[in-house]
Structure formats: C-alpha cells, structure tokens
Design a binder for this molecule. Structure first.
Ligand code: PHE
Length: 342
C-alpha cells in the first residue's frame, strides 16, 4: 500500500513537470497516461494485490490520481486550443481593416482650385453676408428699383424685413469692398447665392459663385481677357480656346459672356455643347462708371473689370456631372468618386 502511494506521488510530480506545446505532444501524453496500455490502466491493475483492509483507501487514492491525470489532459488540450485561436486572431498576413476616408466636396475642390489660380495673380479673397440689403445686391450695381434687369435674378425676400434679401450674386461683396476705398483693389469673392428658381437638373434655388473684381488706373478690356484666358488654361488645360460674346449686365459696360471650347468633343459638336462646340462659363465686363460713382470712386481716374461664374457649372464641365441636384443631396456614392480629385 505504502509503495503504491509513493508511486502515485512520483507519477504526479512527473506529470506536473510536463509541458505540452503541440498536438503531437498532447497525443503522446494521452497514450502514455490515459491509453489502453497506458500508465493509468497499468496502475489500476495493482488494485488486485492490495490487502482487503486497504482496498478502500487505495481505491480512493487511485481515483484521485485518475481525476488528476484526466484534469491535466483537459487543461493541456484547452491550452493548445487557446493558443491556436490567438494565433489565428493575430494573422499578420491578413490585409488591414480599411478605415472609410472622407472626401472633399467636389464644389469645394473646384472652388479651391479657382481661388488658388486667382491668388497666384494677386487677387485677395473677400467674403460678405448672405443676407443682404437692396443697396448692395441691386441699387449700387446700377439696378435701381423697378429696373427690368432685376427679373434676371428672381429674388428671395425676407418676410420680417422686406429691405433684406438673400443675395442673388456675390457682386454685393464687391460693392462692400469698393466702399472701403482702398485702391488698387484686386479681389475674388466666393460664396453661396440664392435665386427663386424651380429645382431641376440645370437649375437650383441656391448655388455657389466666384466673382472677381480689379479696380485700378488704366485697367482695360485686354487685361480682363488676358486674366480670364490664364484662368481657363490653368483650370482646363492649355489646349482650351475661349471666345467672348457681347452681352448685357447693368453693372458692366461693355459686357460679355465668355465661352470655352467644349471639353468633351474638343469643338466638334456634341450633346454637352448642344452641337455648337462652345460652352458658356461666365459673365464679365468693364465696371460701369455708375457703379464706381455709387461707391464714391472717381470714375475718371479709375477703371476696372469684373467677372462672375457659377462653381457648379465649372464642376459639371470639369467632371462631367449631368445633374446639378447631385451637389446638394450628399449621396456618398456620388461624393466618394472625388477621393482622388483633391
Ligand atoms: N453677377 C453676375 C451674375 O451673377 C455675373 C457677373 C459678374 C457678370 C460680374 C458680369 C460681371 O449673373
């Protein structure tokens, strides 16, 4: 009996010293201790030779030993499993989890590009309020009350105060800057403008503009043309052609609209340019002397040019976007496409 207990304690020590790091070692352990010809079976056989009065105690000791071995085996097995799991959770060869990346809005991309081109020519950025008064949006721009040209820009008025309105163009910012009286003045005015138009693929009740103004002594139409030509080439590429068509704006005289050769068909004629080979991108002209006088500027000394364009229109041309509404719907499937455009 003593002998048996001693044996068991030696085996226990042996088993305690075991470390299992592979499936093969685990199987080896199982066969060695728990197999049909294993140590446990073997030692159980020794019960036969235990004296009857000791049988109970020996049975208990053997049972304990059996549980000890089985417990050890389970422990090793679970340990191996865990290792396997952590190993697979840490598969360093897996590709990383992609983090969704935000994009700049296409209107911002194009606006920034327009601004940076004019900034390189020495234009400073000027901004003003979106809620304007009649003077800055219309009257000072040579559009007195009841002037028919006001119809061109169907206006949102503000109920609480009919003297206020949502600006219909950023020319109002130009008036504010001219009133400050610092010349020469060379500014570019980006911003959102509002017109009461039915929303469609080609028109919206709000959109974004960039307008430019240059006031100094001896500014001529040639300066205007050269500035806009530079802009167009930087914006769309060196092969782009421009043409000016006479037009009318109350705040410029003479006035013109500028077309660029169609980017899609390169002038051959397609749907985008309505088979003409040209697309209109902006209005411009020499600042009307009445406007200068309205801002207390001596129109005999100073002359200037102004131009204005819709950013949506430029963006539509640059990226071939067919529907203006996409710009304000914030559908990520649309916005995502500009990830590489920045
Ligand atoms: N303010 C005009 C518009 O919004 C654009 C323009 C600006 C035209 C300056 C000529 C000169 O339609």
């Amino acid at each position: 009996m003593q002998e048996l207990l001693q044996k068991l304690s030696i085996y226990k020590q042996e088993i305690d010293a075991e470390t299992i790091t592979s499936k093969e070692a685990l199987e080896h352990f199982r066969i060695k201790y728990l197999g049909t010809k294993g140590l446990l079976k073997n030692i159980m056989g020794e019960m036969k030779s235990v004296a009857p009065e000791n049988k109970k105690a020996a049975g208990q000791a053997l049972n304990e030993f059996k549980m000890f071995v089985e417990h050890k085996y389970e422990g090793f097995k679970n340990g191996l499993h865990k290792n396997e799991e952590t190993a697979s959770a840490l598969d360093l060869s897996l590709p990383g989890t992609p983090l969704p990346q935000g994009t700049r809005h296409p209107i911002s991309i194009v606006q920034n590009k327009i601004l940076s081109i004019f900034q390189r020519l020495g234009f400073a950025i000027a901004e003003g309020p979106e809620i304007e008064d009649d003077w800055h949006n219309f009257s000072a721009l040579n559009m007195p009350q009841n002037h028919p040209a006001r119809d061109m820009q169907d206006t949102f008025y503000i109920n609480e105060n009919p003297a206020w309105l949502l600006r219909t163009h950023t020319s109002s910012v130009q008036i504010r800057e001219m009133e400050k009286g610092n010349f020469p003045l060379r500014i570019i005015c980006p911003g959102r403008v509002y017109r009461n138009e039915t929303i469609s693929a080609r028109a919206h009740c709000f959109f974004n503009q960039v307008e430019g103004l240059y006031i100094a002594e001896n500014v001529s139409f040639a300066d205007l043309k050269q500035t806009l030509y530079f802009f167009v080439q930087e914006m769309f590429g060196k092969e782009i052609k421009i043409r000016f068509r006479p037009s009318y704006f109350p705040f410029t005289e003479p006035s013109a609209e500028m077309d660029i050769s169609c980017l899609i068909c390169k002038g051959a004629g397609c749907n985008v340019c309505k088979k003409t080979g040209w697309v209109e991108i902006l209005g411009c002209g020499m600042v009307n002397p009445n406007v200068l006088e309205n801002c207390n500027i001596d129109s005999n000394r100073y002359t200037g040019f102004a131009f204005g364009m819709g950013i949506e229109r430029i963006t539509m041309l640059k990226y071939q976007v067919k529907d203006l509404r996409l710009f304000s719907e914030n559908d990520v499937r649309f916005l995502d496409q500009f990830l590489s455009a920045v």
